[in-house]
Design a protein around this ligand. Structure first.
Ligand code: SAH
Length: 243
C-alpha cells in the first residue's frame, strides 16, 4: 500500500496514535476547512491521520464533518485504504465491554427515517461495503466483529433502537456510515476500528460514561492500530492488498 489514511473525529481518539508514530501536523493543508492533516511514513507507506477539526472549542463530531474530511482526504491524499478509528457505544447484552476494540463487518445509518418504497429505505439505511480484508484482519488479530451503526446523536431514542435491531447494528457511532458513503462513491475501501466507551443498553448517563472511558478507549485503539499498521505495511501481498 502506498498511502493509508485514518479519518478520526476526536483529538482524544487520535492523539495516542499520532504520538506513537511521530506524525507531524501539516498546517493549513485543508485551509480554510477545519480538517487537519497529520502525516508520516511507516515501512515505506505514507501514513496520514485526518481529523475532522474543531469549532467553538469542541471537536467536530458527526456526519457532516466526517463527510467533508473524507471527501477532502480522498481527493488530496489518494489513499489506497481509509481507516475510520474511533469510539462507539455497544450492547452489553451482546457481550460488549468498555475499551474492547471491534472490527466493522458492515455499516448502516439508524436515524434516517424516510417513508416511501424499498428504494428510499435502502438509500436511508445505507448498508455500504467495508474493506474485503476486514474479516481476515479481525481473525489475525483475534478481534470481535460487529456492524457499525451511525446517527447524528449521542443518545439513543426508541425509534433508533428499533432500526438498529431490525438491521443488526452493533457499534453505535456518529460518523461511520457517512465515511463509508463517501468511500463507496470514490471506490476506496474502508476499514472500521472501533473501541467501546459506553454500553447503550445501560441506564447510566451516556455522556458521563463516555467521558470517563474516553482515555481508556483511546489507549486500546492505539494498541490495536499499531498492530494493524504493522500488518498492513508488511511486505506481504496477502495482507497488504487494498482491493
Ligand atoms: N461532548 C462529547 C461529544 C462526544 S460525541 C465530547 O466532546 O467529549 C461521541 C463521539 O464518540 C462521536 O464521535 C461518536 O462517533 C463516538 N461515540 C461514542 N459512543 C457513542 C454512542 N453511544 N453513540 C454515538 N456515538 C458514540
Amino acid at each position: 500500500m502506498n498511502t493509508i489514511c485514518y479519518i478520526v473525529a476526536m483529538r482524544a481518539e487520535a492523539t495516542p496514535f499520532i504520538r506513537e508514530f511521530g506524525l507531524k501536523l501539516n498546517e493549513n493543508f485543508f485551509a480554510p476547512l477545519p480538517c487537519q492533516l497529520y502525516e508520516g511514513e511507516v515501512n515505506g507507506t505514507r501514513l496520514c491521520v485526518v481529523l475532522n477539526g474543531a469549532q467553538h472549542n469542541s471537536d467536530l463530531v458527526g456526519c457532516e464533518a466526517a463527510t467533508l474530511a473524507t471527501s477532502q482526504a480522498i481527493q488530496h491524499l489518494r489513499p489506497d485504504l481509509v481507516i475510520n478509528s474511533g469510539t462507539c457505544g455497544a450492547f452489553e447484552s451482546k457481550g460488549a465491554d468498555i475499551a474492547r476494540v471491534y472490527i466493522g463487518n458492515g455499516v448502516m445509518f439508524h436515524d434516517r427515517r424516510v417513508p416511501g418504497d424499498d428504494a428510499w429505505t435502502t438509500q436511508s439505511i445505507g448498508n455500504y461495503p467495508v474493506w474485503k480484508g476486514s474479516h481476515e484482519l479481525a481473525l489475525q488479530l483475534g478481534l470481535p466483529e460487529g456492524k457499525v451503526t451511525t446517527g447524528s446523536s449521542l443518545d439513543m431514542q426508541p425509534c433508533d433502537l428499533e432500526v438498529i435491531q431490525q438491521h443488526g447494528g452493533e457499534l453505535k457511532d456518529m460518523e461511520g456510515a457517512a465515511i463509508a458513503f463517501v468511500c463507496s462513491l470514490y471506490g476506496v475501501p474502508v476499514l472500521f476500528v472501533k473501541s467501546v466507551t459506553d454500553l447503550v443498553d445501560h441506564s447510566a448517563d451516556t455522556f458521563e460514561v463516555f467521558s470517563r472511558n474516553l482515555a481508556a478507549a483511546g489507549e486500546s485503539l492505539k494498541q490495536i492500530n499499531k498492530q494493524i499498521i504493522s500488518l498492513l505495511t508488511r511486505q506481504n501481498p496477502a495482507t497488504n492488498n487494498p482491493e
